[in-house]
Design a protein around this ligand. Structure first.
Ligand code: SAM
Ligand code: GLN
Length: 283
């Protein structure tokens, strides 16, 4: 029988041999056993149960094969909430939590006196953005869309598990809103924005849905689709918020200018100092 510490140390070495951070071995154990770091350090010399050892080793084998830890676990954390994830959806990223925080700040600034704030999350994937926003601001009436029925199924389960009410529509970008005559105060999207020619890490390329990642030659294909229909789905007083690629500031601001003229548009950096969010204000 092995101790927790022995297992983690062995797995950690194996990870490092294939260029995966050794930390992953410990993080995976903590999530699998639902333990905190301090539990581990207090009990690392205890023997692990046979069942847990088998389950841990099977998971580590998948992780060594470059599969993202969150697909192995079947869940991920976003804005403090738990989301199931599978191969239908992108694993929500920490930079997207910053988009949510900035949206909440703008809701306080610009829609404080609204009784209801109508929002849409286009390309909702796991539902991360839509669900976190609806949890954090109860005045939000949230609609979430995706072109992938598989993603919508996952997002519906996540909404139920997190106990929030969200409407879902399946379709391409702003089309389902236009078809259903929906108008919103806040349009939000983290569309696929990776340039077609970009080479991704194997863990992303081999496991995450390409439908969620690639945004055409310059990565801006989906922004243009949204910009084209924006005026049809936005209330007169409204805001659009997007996640974007770190190297897209100039090109994306050019597109904003083409579609909306001299509207106020701001690119915001993420915690790593990279250009990561675009906010367009019609307020
Ligand atoms: N919103 C989630 C997040 O932030 O974690 C997922 C974002 S992922 C980068 C982009 C999402 O857009 C995927 O769920 C994908 O299925 C969806 N998508 C791709 N093409 C689409 C389209 N034409 N219309 C609507 N959604 C689309
Ligand atoms: N941030 C994601 C990645 O680097 C891409 C997300 C997106 O295309 N919207 O894998």
């Amino acid at each position: 029988m092995a101790t927790y510490k022995q297992l983690v140390e062995e797995a950690s070495k194996q990870c490092e041999l294939v260029n995966i951070s050794g930390q992953t071995a410990l993080l995976y154990l903590l999530e699998l056993c639902e333990k905190e770091h301090y539990d581990y350090y207090m009990n690392q010399n205890d023997e692990i149960s046979c069942e847990m050892e088998l389950s841990y080793k099977a998971g580590i084998t998948r992780i060594l094969n470059q599969e993202p830890m969150n697909y192995v676990l079947g869940f991920s954390w976003f804005y403090g909430y738990k989301f199931i994830v599978d191969d239908n959806v992108l694993i929500p990223r920490p930079e997207t939590e910053e988009l949510v925080a900035n949206i909440l700040a703008d809701i306080d600034l610009y829609f404080k006196d609204y009784e209801t704030i109508n929002c849409v999350d286009i390309g909702t994937g796991s539902g991360a953005i839509a669900i976190a926003l609806a949890k954090e601001e109860t005045k939000i009436k949230m609609l979430a869309t995706d072109i992938s029925e598989g993603a919508i199924e996952v997002a519906k389960i996540n909404a139920k598990n997190n106990d929030v009410n969200i409407d879902f529509l399946c379709g391409s970008m702003a089309d389902p809103l236009v078809e259903n005559n929906v108008k919103v105060d806040f349009l939000i999207s983290n569309p696929p924005y990776i340039k077609q020619a970009e080479i991704l890490d194997a863990s992303v390329d081999n496991f995450e849905p390409h439908l969620a990642l690639f945004g055409g030659d310059d990565g801006l294909y989906f922004y243009r689709l949204i910009f084209e229909k924006a005026k049809l789905v936005l209330n007169k007083r409204s805001i659009m918020a997007f996640e974007m690629g770190y190297d897209q500031k100039e090109t994306i601001l050019n597109e904003v200018k083409k579609y909306f003229g001299d509207v106020r548009a701001e690119v915001i950096t993420d915690i790593n100092g990279k250009d990561r969010m675009l906010f367009v204000y019609f307020v």
